[in-house]
Write a protein that binds this ligand. Structure first.
Ligand code: NAD
Length: 697
C-alpha cells in the first residue's frame, strides 16, 4: 500500500502531505503516518517549520467512520493532536475543500492556519450523535469565543473560510496555489519571529459570558435539540473549557465523547447517515445509466401540492410552468405561493429580491398546449383515478417523445395510470410530501414498466431538488403511507379502549415524533382519511377499524380545517375535547370494547411495532430496496427523530426477538389479523439477524 502520508522538505519548510482518497479521512494509517512525520520533523535539523496539507479534493474531511465500531488503535487522534501542538517547530495547517470534524480539530492543533477562500470548516459531529472528541470543544472557544463555538458545534454547519477568518479560526486566506502559498506563509511567520502559538495556552474571552450563561442556555438547548443525547454534553464540554484547567476539561470531553459514541442514539444516527448515502444505489439502475435532460418542467394542478412542488423547483433556480384549467384557480394557486414566500421573508430567511427571482421562475398556464414541449410533467390534480386517467391520456397525446410523465398520487396505482398511455415506460410516480417545499422526502415510484433511464433521471432530479429520494414500488400507500396506516389504526383503536388521544400523542411525542398520530390525522384532515378508508379495496371486516375517523367524520369534525377533529382547536393548538371522549366512549360501549388503563410501553409497542411489521412485509415484497431506505422515508418525511435511526433501525436495536415476542402478546389478545408477525420478521428473529443485515435473495 502506498504511504498515505509523505514528508518532503522545501528549503527549511517540511511539507507533510496526507493522501488518503477520497476525502483524506483521519484513518488509523493517516494518524500513524502523521505521527511518524512528526518524528521526522523533530529529527530534521534542516526544517524550521512544517506545513500540513492534503492531496486531492479536500483537507481531512473527518474521522474514518468505518473505524468507529472497532477498538481504537494508537495513536488516537487526541494524542496525535496534543503531540502536534507541543511541537517546538512551528506547524501550519493548509486547508482546502472541507476541513470537518477531526480534520478541523487537527488544524486547531497546529499553530497557524491558512486556507483557500473556497474552503469550509466545521464540527459536524452532532449530526452523528457525537461531540468533537479531539479537543474541538476546548480549542474552538479559545479562538472563536464561547458563543460562536457553541453555535458552530451545536449546529454542525459548514462555515465559510471568510467567516472562520473573521472569528480567528483561520489566520490567512490564500488565493493562489495552496502548497506554494502555505510554504511562503510559513516562511513569513518564521521571518517575522512569530511564536509557536498553542491554542491550549490561550485564554478564553469571557466577555458577555455571565455567571449563569450556561444555566440560561440549557432550556433553549432542550427545546432546539429535544430528545437528543449529545447536545447537552456539548454544552458541558464548552462550560468545562471556561471553568476548568485545559487538561481536566479535555479529559471530560474524551469521557463524554466515548459515552456518546457508545450511545444507542449515535449508533442509530450513524446507521441513518449510511442509509442516506445508500438510497441512490439501485441494483438494476447502475450509476452510469444515462439520464434524460430535464430543463423544461410543467406541473398540473396548482393546489396544495402543485404549488409546493413548483416552489421546490424555483428554490433551486429551475423554471416551471404551473397549469390550471381556470384563471381563478391559477390565481389562487400562485397567490398562495407568493404568500408562503412572503412568510419566509418575515421570518428573515429570504430577501424580497430572492422572492422576486423565485416568483419569476414560476409561470402560469391555462392550456395544455402550453406545456407540450416539457421534458417533465408532474401531475398533482385531485386524488381520483378517473381524473388522473383523463389527464394522462391528454398528456400522452400531447407531450413530446421522451418526455417523463409523473404523478404525485399518494395512494393510487401508478401502473393503472400508466396503462392509459401508449408509453408506460415514460410514466413514474414522484410522491412529494406536504409541505412539498419543506419536507425532504421524495418517494420515486417505479411502475412495472418504468424505463431505467426514467428512474435514473428521477433520482438525479431529486438530488437537484435537494431531496432524499427513495425508490419504492407500487402498492397501496407506497412505503410511507402504507406504514402510516397501521400506526394510525392502533392510535385510534387505543382510543376506543380508553386511552385519551392527548395521552397517546404525548407518549409518541416524548418518544421523539414531531407530532402525535392524532394531531397528524387532524392536520391531514379526517375527511381525506375517511375517503381513503372508504375506497380501500382491502378493508378488513372489522367494525373497530378506523371507527374513530368514521364517527368524527359523521359529526362534521374534519380536523384542523373545521376547528375540530380528534382535538378541538384555537388556532393550531390541539386541545382535548370532552365531547370526543364521550362520543368515543359511547361507541366503545356499542362495540363491547372494555375500557382500561393502557400503559406507556403498550402505546409505544402498538404504534411502532404495527408499523415495523408492515415495514417487514414491504421489504419482503421488494417495495423498498433496503431497511435503510424505509428509515430514510420515516426520518425525512414523517417527523421520526433521527436519533431513533428510523423504524427498522429502532426494531433492530430493540432486538427483533423482542419485537416478535411483543407482537405475539398482542396476537393472543386481538387475534391474527393485525398481529401476525411478518414471515421476514419471524425468520430474522429466529436467526438472531437484523433488518439491516438482511439482503433480499
Ligand atoms: P388540491 O385539491 O389542493 O389541488 C388539486 C388542484 O388540481 C386544484 O387546484 C384543481 O383545480 C386542480 N385540477 C384538478 N383537475 C385538474 C385538471 N384536469 N387539470 C388541471 N388542474 C386540475 O389537492 P392536493 O392536496 O394538492 O393533492 C394533489 C395530489 O397530490 C393528489 O393526488 C394527492 O393525493 C397528492 N398528495 C397530496 C398530499 C397532501 O398532503 N395534500 C401529499 C402528497 C401527495
Amino acid at each position: 500500500m502506498p504511504d498515505v502520508v509523505s514528508y518532503i522538505r522545501e528549503e527549511n519548510i517540511a511539507v507533510i502531505m496526507i493522501d488518503n482518497p477520497p476525502v483524506n479521512a483521519m484513518s488509523h494509517a493517516v494518524r500513524k503516518g502523521v505521527w511518524e512525520a512528526m518524528d521526522k520533523l523533530n529529527a530534521d535539523e534542516g526544517a524550521d517549520a512544517a506545513v500540513l496539507i492534503c492531496a486531492g479534493r479536500t483537507f481531512i474531511a473527518g474521522a474514518d467512520i468505518t473505524e468507529f465500531d472497532k477498538p481504537p488503535e494508537d495513536p488516537r487522534l487526541p494524542d496525535l493532536i496534543a503531540r502536534m501542538e507541543q511541537s517546538p517547530k512551528l506547524l501550519v495547517a493548509a486547508m482546502h475543500g472541507t476541513a470537518l470534524g477531526g480534520g478541523l480539530e487537527t488544524a486547531l492543533g497546529c499553530h497557524y492556519r491558512c486556507a483557500l477562500a473556497t474552503a469550509q470548516v466545521g464540527l459536524p459531529e452532532v449530526n452523528l450523535g457525537l461531540l468533537p472528541g479531539a479537543g474541538g470543544t476546548q480549542r474552538l472557544p479559545r479562538l472563536a469565543g464561547v458563543e460562536t463555538a457553541l453555535e458552530w458545534i451545536l449546529s454542525g454547519r459548514h462555515v465559510s473560510a471568510a467567516e472562520a477568518a473573521r472569528h480567528g479560526v483561520i489566520d490567512e486566506i490564500v488565493a493562489g496555489d495552496l502548497r506554494e502559498d502555505a510554504v511562503a506563509y510559513a516562511k513569513r511567520l518564521l521571518q517575522s519571529g512569530a511564536p509557536v502559538r498553542r491554542v491550549r495556552e490561550m485564554k478564553i474571552d469571557r466577555t458577555g459570558i455571565s455567571e449563569d450563561f450556561f444555566a440560561g442556555y440549557r432550556p433553549q438547548l432542550a427545546k432546539q435539540h429535544r430528545g437528543f443525547y449529545s447536545p447537552p454534553r456539548i454544552l458541558d464540554c464548552v462550560q468545562a473549557a471556561v471553568e476548568l484547567p485545559f487538561d481536566e476539561a479535555l479529559r471530560l470531553e474524551r469521557m463524554l465523547f466515548d459515552e456518546c459514541k457508545a450511545s444507542p442514539q449515535s449508533r442509530a444516527q450513524r446507521a441513518l447517515f449510511f442509509a442516506e448515502r445508500t438510497i441512490s444505489k439501485i441494483p438494476d439502475v447502475p450509476k452510469d445509466t444515462p439520464t434524460r435532460d430535464i430543463n423544461k418542467v410543467a406541473i398540473i394542478g396548482a393546489g396544495t401540492m402543485g404549488g409546493g412542488i413548483a416552489m421546490c423547483f424555483a428554490n433551486v433556480g429551475m423554471p416551471v410552468e404551473l397549469l390550471e384549467l381556470q384563471q381563478d384557480a391559477l390565481d389562487r394557486g400562485i397567490g398562495t405561493i407568493r404568500r408562503n414566500y412572503e412568510a419566509t421573508v418575515k421570518r428573515g430567511r429570504l430577501t424580497g429580491e430572492q422572492v422576486q427571482e423565485r416568483m419569476a421562475l414560476i409561470k402560469g398556464a391555462l392550456d395544455y398546449s402550453d406545456i407540450a414541449d416539457a421534458d417533465l410533467v408532474i401531475e398533482a390534480v385531485f386524488e381520483n383515478m378517473d381524473i388522473k386517467k383523463e389527464v394522462f391520456s391528454k398528456l400522452d397525446g400531447l407531450c413530446k417523445q421522451g418526455a417523463i410523465m409523473a404523478s404525485n398520487t399518494s395512494t393510487l396505482d401508478v401502473n393503472e395510470i400508466a396503462a392509459v398511455t401508449a408509453r408506460p415506460e415514460d410514466v413514474i410516480g414522484l410522491h412529494f410530501f406536504a409541505p412539498a417545499n419543506v419536507m425532504r422526502l421524495l418517494e420515486v415510484v417505479r411502475g412495472a414498466k418504468t424505463a431505467r433511464d426514467v428512474i435514473a433521471s428521477a433520482m438525479a432530479l431529486g438530488k437537484r431538488l435537494k431531496k432524499n429520494s427513495v425508490l419504492v414500488g407500487v402498492c397501496f400507500g407506497f412505503v410511507g403511507n402504507r406504514m402510516f396506516f397501521p400506526y394510525l389504526r392502533e392510535a385510534q383503536r387505543m382510543m376506543l379502549e380508553g386511552a385519551a388521544p392527548e395521552r397517546i400523542d404525548k407518549v409518541a411525542y416524548d418518544w421523539g415524533m414531531a407530532m402525535g398520530p392524532h394531531a397528524v390525522a387532524d392536520l391531514s384532515g379526517l375527511d381525506v382519511l375517511y375517503k381513503v378508508i372508504e375506497e380501500w379495496d382491502y378493508k378488513p371486516d372489522d367494525p373497530t377499524f378506523f371507527r374513530v375517523t368514521k364517527l368524527l367524520h359523521d359529526m362534521g369534525r374534519y380536523g384542523q380545517k373545521t376547528g375540530a377533529g380528534i382535538f378541538k382547536y384555537e388556532g393550531r393548538t390541539p386541545m382535548p375535547d370532552p365531547q370526543v371522549a364521550e362520543a368515543v366512549g359511547r361507541e366503545a360501549a356499542k362495540l363491547g370494547i372494555e375500557q382500561r388503563d393502557i400503559r406507556d410501553d403498550e402505546i409505544i409497542e402498538r404504534l411502532f411495532y404495527s408499523m415495523i411489521n408492515e415495514g417487514a412485509l414491504i421489504l419482503e415484497e421488494g417495495i423498498a430496496l433496503r431497511a435503510g431506505d424505509i428509515d430514510v422515508v420515516w426520518t425525512s418525511g414523517y417527523g421520526m427523530p433521527r436519533y431513533r435511526g428510523g423504524p427498522m433501525t429502532y426494531a433492530d436495536m430493540t432486538g427483533l426477538k423482542n419485537v416478535r415476542a411483543a407482537m405475539l402478546k398482542y396476537r393472543d389478545r386481538y387475534g391474527d389479523r393485525y398481529w401476525r408477525p411478518a414471515p421476514l420478521l419471524e425468520r430474522l428473529a429466529r436467526e438472531g439477524n437484523t433488518f439491516s443485515g438482511w439482503r433480499a435473495a
